[in-house]
Design a protein around this ligand. Structure first.
Ligand SMILES: [Zn+2]
Length: 310
């Protein structure tokens, strides 16, 4: 049996084929087409699937089942990703595309963080856990009582749009105000630094106006720059507010954190949450740790594919 996993992200489309277990025998990635590009994400996905199958020495029709983890929002009944941020297409009918290409109905679509939770559950003994991704955006996958929580249309866990700041100081890409992702999503950290610089008059040597100024610059400067330190202190606070809401709702044994922001800066991101969480939760604070899996979305997608036919 052969399985296909897909990860539809805002910047990268990734694919993997596994034949035994969930260790890929072939992987491939392409950039996600952005708004102005001619080729659509749907067209590029078709090419990516053909490419990864060829690398695995298989025809697409030899794939037994496929799993997809995608940025949201999803319409699971249609098997589509609808109005995804940063992706060129209004709708990506990913399930239909894969059914046509692979010649099988065994295709499942999940939110990307849900795939992360599926992968993490496989690696951990906890029957209640949260997989939290701190990346360009923020999302969570939830396992409660050993069941993966899908939610209506597969959209459970869009926690990046939890209101952490009731004052609604910063607007979110979704149109809301005061959302977790508006402060702590990697794409928004430079804007948050500029906001704090304007409102708190803290000295800085960061080139806030530069087009190349990124979240990575803030983490790199944290030990020597007052503004960078202030940004990370506030980020630690908002991250704790968000994690506390998850802990009180799910009562997980652990929160496994993935995504580039956490992976690249594990101490700076996780330690403030560990320190502050006991003050903010009524329940005992769970273990807060880095996710085990390096490719949680692809791994979870492959696990979900296998489960369709096991
Ligand atoms: Zn939002």
């Amino acid at each position: 049996m052969s399985y296909l996993g897909l990860d539809i992200g805002g910047t990268t489309l990734a694919a993997a084929v596994a034949t035994d277990g969930v260790e890929p025998v072939a992987t491939a990635t392409v950039p996600t087409p952005q708004g102005t590009e001619k080729q659509t994400a749907t067209e590029r996905l078709r090419g990516l699937v053909e490419q990864v199958c060829e690398a695995a020495g298989l025809k697409p029709t030899a794939i037994t089942a496929a799993g997809v983890g995608s940025v949201g929002p999803l319409d699971q009944k249609q098997g589509a990703v609808t109005s995804p941020a940063n992706v060129s297409d209004e709708t990506v009918p990913v399930v239909e595309v894969l059914r046509d290409l692979l010649g099988t109905d065994a295709v499942v679509l999940h939110n990307d963080a849900t795939c992360g939770a599926i992968a993490e559950r496989r690696a951990a003994s906890a029957e209640n856990l949260v997989y939290l991704t701190l990346s360009t955006g923020i999302g969570a996958g939830i396992v409660a009582d050993d069941k993966v929580v899908l939610g209506e249309d597969g959209n459970a866990g869009e926690v990046g749009h939890l209101t952490v700041d009731p004052a609604g100081t910063l607007p979110c890409g979704c149109g809301g105000e005061g959302h977790w992702e508006a402060y702590c999503g990697g794409a928004n950290l430079p804007r948050y630094a500029r906001h704090l610089h304007e409102t708190e008059s803290v000295e800085t040597r960061l080139s806030l106006g530069g087009s190349t100024f990124t979240a990575g610059d803030i983490f790199a400067a944290a030990s020597e720059d007052d503004l960078a330190a202030l940004v990370l202190e506030r980020v630690g606070y908002w991250n704790t507010v968000g994690v506390a809401a998850l802990v009180q709702t799910v009562a997980p044994a652990c929160v496994a954190v993935g995504g580039a922001i956490a992976r690249n800066n594990p101490d700076a991101v996780l330690e403030p949450v560990r320190e502050r969480l006991p003050e903010q939760t009524f329940l005992d604070a769970p273990e807060i740790r880095l996710a085990t899996c390096e490719e949680p979305v692809l791994t979870g997608a492959l696990v979900a594919a296998r489960r369709l036919v096991e």
